[in-house]
Design a protein around this ligand. Structure first.
Ligand code: LLP
Length: 422
């Protein structure tokens, strides 16, 4: 069973829920709810687990910005040596603002535009993870017009089943990502003919929340076979990028640790000289944060008990979109009778729920913490129902930093224009 005990750096002290040395109820008093509260200690430990497992081998750990893009968090990771996996010029500008080094950035995504490519070439990123033959031609033109060479790797679709939720599985032939591995050779041969393209590597990303290393290792084997095939054609790669995908514990999953997973990767790589690039997102941030929310009303409808809270699907979409299970706890010890609650938000959709069928002791006004909220939480938030997006806070020991202000009502209509008077 999941609960505060299974999350490092969260604890209960005299019944109150703490993140590092800070009481979550006090954070809610000070900053209001809903808000995301992250632990620096968890972020550091999770990132360092990757670096430490790869010590002594050339590597680049590129944090997947889409998982959590707050610039203070990117800055914390950049300071520990992280590179970044981006999918838009918006993410690129965030990384640069956060002090990330351009030469540690890989650019993924199926629809990079010419202007995004130009900006990334201007700042000198490490590599474009090219996803189609058409994209290669556009990139070659853009680089050529700038009189430079664009570093590329091909995102190969290795056709392995990641065994995860279909919405977050990306490495099957039927998915839109990458180029089928059997067409990879043709692609590289074409790339080798283009003077404005510099071939650097190969990459894949087969899916997310993988709780078993086997599909990842299977994908790696297929990439390595391709690397050998390319070498026979005198096409030498300087890096192999295995993407992200390592899962985390939300409930009772037991995914391999970064160390377990990477020791198997290193074993397979043997004495190959290529730099190992990784693009982890979730495994670094998911369990670093809670979404803090306040109970507005308790309501009984027939046999059902609802806890209506001030966070909704616009703040945290994962339960609605993927039926994701995330642990939820009262931030205080409560003597209220235990009931089985659906925890739901204020948005006018039946699909607006955060947790279903949870035994909780609750009174109106109690704060709840939704765990494992750090990855694909705030980054997937919207203003649906004209709700302002939540604040974000980063706790470091006994310090709590406001790293994103809660949106104001004025923010909601910023950039909108009324029609001229009739
Ligand atoms: N690299 C690429 C090219 C990706 O598309 C992704 C995630 C990652 C790396 C990072 O994967 P991770 O280590 O976080 O598994 N919103 C969904 C997850 C979507 C993942 C999209 N791609 C969720 O909340 O479960």
């Amino acid at each position: 069973m999941s609960g505060v005990d299974s999350f490092a750096h969260f604890s209960r002290q005299q019944g109150e829920l703490f993140i590092e040395q800070r009481n979550l109820n006090q954070i809610a008093d000070q900053y209001g709810t809903p808000c995301y509260v992250y632990s620096s200690a968890v972020l550091k430990e999770n990132f360092d687990a990757y670096s430490q497992a790869l010590q002594g081998r050339e590597h680049l750990v590129c944090f997947a910005v889409k998982a959590c893009s707050n610039i203070a968090i990117l800055q914390l990771l950049a300071r520990r040596g992280a590179g970044f996996d981006i999918v838009s010029v918006g993410e690129l500008e965030r990384v640069l603002l956060a002090g990330g080094q351009p030469e540690k950035i890989v650019f993924s995504g199926v629809a990079k535009t010419a202007s995004e490519m130009r900006r990334a070439l201007e700042v000198g990123i490490h590599c474009f993870n090219v996803e189609s033959a058409a994209e290669l031609e556009v990139l070659a033109d853009v680089a050529s017009s700038m009189g430079i060479r664009a570093p590329i790797s091909l995102r190969v679709n290795p056709d392995v089943d990641a065994g995860t939720h279909p919405y977050i599985s990306t490495g099957l032939k039927e998915n839109k990502f990458g180029i089928a591995i059997e067409h990879a050779l043709d692609f590289y041969q074409r790339a080798a003919q283009l003077p404005s393209i510099a071939i650097k590597g190969v990459d894949c990303h087969i899916g997310s929340q993988l709780t078993d290393a086997a599909p990842l290792l299977d994908a790696l084997d297929r990439l390595l076979a391709l690397v050998d095939q390319l070498e026979e054609q005198a096409i030498t790669l300087s890096h192999i990028d295995l993407g992200g995908g390592l899962g985390v514990r939300y409930f009772d999953e037991q995914p391999p640790t970064a160390d377990d997973y990477l020791s198997q990767v290193l074993q397979r790589l043997g004495d190959r000289t290529q730099c190992l690039v990784l693009e982890p997102g979730r495994s670094i941030v998911a369990n670093s944060a809670v979404l803090l929310t306040e109970t507005i009303y308790l309501k009984q409808s027939g046999e059902k008990h609802f806890a209506i809270v001030d966070a909704a699907m616009n703040d945290m979409l994962r339960p609605s979109l993927y039926q994701a299970w995330m642990a939820v706890e009262n931030c205080s010890a409560s003597t209220a009778p235990e009931k089985t609650y659906d925890v739901v938000g204020p948005v006018c959709e039946t699909g607006d729920w955060l947790a279903k069928g949870r035994p909780l002791r609750l009174a109106t006004g109690d704060r709840l913490a939704l765990f494992s909220a750090g990855a694909y939480g705030f980054t997937m938030a919207s203003n649906y129902n004209s709700r302002t997006r939540a604040a974000e806070l980063l706790v470091d020991g006994d310090q709590c930093h406001l790293i994103r202000e809660r949106e104001t009502l004025a923010d909601l209509t910023r950039g909108e224009h009324l029609l001229n008077p009739e």
